[in-house]
Design a protein around this ligand. Structure first.
Ligand code: ADP
Ligand code: MG
Length: 386
């Protein structure tokens, strides 16, 4: 990704006028709390240093024109319109459903047309939420360009709605909330029922620790269908247990005794214990015990692998290789069946851990994994003019 000045110059080259500014929104990693969001539970994401930048200028003709340095096709569409997902766009335009969808949802708040040039240093489809970064950078830009004030929690809900209604992806609130609400040196404890959040201090480097994101380079082949199936199973279990959502299960043993179906029992076991792991993790972070998070990550991974059954071979291999090389803990992150793994290690062992994961992949003839050092970073912002 180029810097904001180069992006602004590129904008002028493409659109023949200067942008009004440049906005940036980060991707995120969820430290812990996986598949808890749509169960009205708790998540604990933090923002990455990597993200999506948007150079933008307003337009008065009710049109949104979007280009991306990561996409071949430029897309022009009216801001006024129904859900993008119902318009049957061809595959090469699909990426633009995110920014155009945001423009269509935000229109009800009074924003209008714009020209946007997008650039990103975030891998796409790796579970680091490039989609929410794209939505949130676009949303901030449109609000500023049209002088519309929306507070950040509300903006996160609007960006989520764009992904749900316009793109047609049934995601929860976490990704957009993380991109808009995170602050440097903190993780964001988000209650997915109330939408309320709290900043929890989290600076691994201060404790001599490093967090590595391993992009396992495995495509989300099954992701859509399996994700929908897990959601449906959780809803079914909640209905059988007579609660609004699995977040309300306080007596795990009692719930497991009530449910007959072993699959539903496993799903409930994961969701209930994962919410407890989020709470325990917040306690450890508030105590400054970063090293001890490893045990939480390991327990989360085993639960996702064995109870929720959403892990994939490249993730299990990465976690196992990292642990054998002396990492404190690791777990798959995201919906599952592809994407990334998060590993916590002493900083002075990070290189050994990387080498061990890379060697395990090479042994199996797999595409080499990519590594990103994850530093809890600030949320979305206007970059220029400052
Ligand atoms: P994730 O959010 O985990 O990266 P998603 O499948 O939810 O994965 O979102 C990835 C999609 O977002 C891409 O396929 C593309 O359509 C869109 N996208 C993300 N970043 C960009 C970008 N810089 N330029 C164009 N489209 C992007
Ligand atoms: Mg996404």
């Amino acid at each position: 990704m180029t810097g904001p000045r180069a992006l602004a110059e590129a904008f002028t080259g493409v659109f023949g006028r200067e942008p009004e500014g440049v906005w940036h929104a980060p991707g995120r990693v969820n430290l812990i709390g996986e598949h808890t969001d749509y169960n009205d539970g708790f998540v604990l994401p933090f923002a990455l240093g990597l993200g999506v930048s948007v150079a933008a200028a307003p337009r008065g003709d009710g049109v949104i024109e979007v280009r991306s340095r990561q996409a071949a096709t430029a897309v022009t569409a009216p801001v006024d319109g129904g859900p993008v997902v119902s318009e049957g766009w061809p595959a090469e335009r699909a990426w633009a459903a995110y920014p155009v969808g945001v423009a269509r949802v935000l229109r009800e708040r009074g924003t209008g047309g714009a020209s946007l040039l997008i650039d990103s240093d975030l891998p796409q489809g790796a579970g680091l939420s490039s989609s929410a970064a794209l939505e949130c950078a676009t949303a901030l830009a449109l609000c500023d360009l049209h002088g519309v004030a929306v507070d950040r929690p509300a903006l996160a809900r609007l960006a989520q709605r764009a992904e749900n209604e316009q793109v047609g992806v049934p995601c929860g609130l976490m990704d957009q909330a993380a991109s808009l609400l995170c602050t440097a040196g903190h993780a964001l404890l988000l209650d997915c029922r109330s939408g309320l959040s709290a900043q929890v201090p989290f600076a691994p480097a201060g404790s001599g620790m490093t967090l590595l994101v391993v992009d396992t380079r495995a495509a989300h082949a099954l992701a859509g269908g399996e994700y929908g199936r897990r959601r449906a199973e959780c809803e079914e279990a909640a209905a059988l247990l007579g609660v609004a959502a699995l977040r309300d299960v306080t007596d795990l043993a009692g719930a497991l005794g009530t449910l007959r179906d072993p699959v539903l029992r496993r799903r409930v076991q994961h969701v209930v214990t994962e919410n407890h792991r989020v709470e325990a993790t917040v306690g450890l972070l508030r105590a400054g015990a970063v090293t001890e998070l490893g045990a939480m990550l390991n327990a989360s991974h085993l639960s996702l692998r064995d109870q929720f059954e959403v892990s994939w071979p490249e993730a299990d291999t990465a976690v196992n290789a990292a642990l054998r090389a002396g990492a404190r803990g690791g777990r798959m992150v995201g919906g599952g069946f592809g994407g990334s793994v998060l590993v916590l290690t002493a900083a002075d062992r990070a290189e050994r851990v990387r080498d061990a994961v890379a060697a395990a992949y090479a042994e199996r003839g797999w595409t080499p994994p990519e590594f990103i050092e994850a530093v809890p970073s600030r949320g979305a912002r206007r970059v220029t003019p400052a």
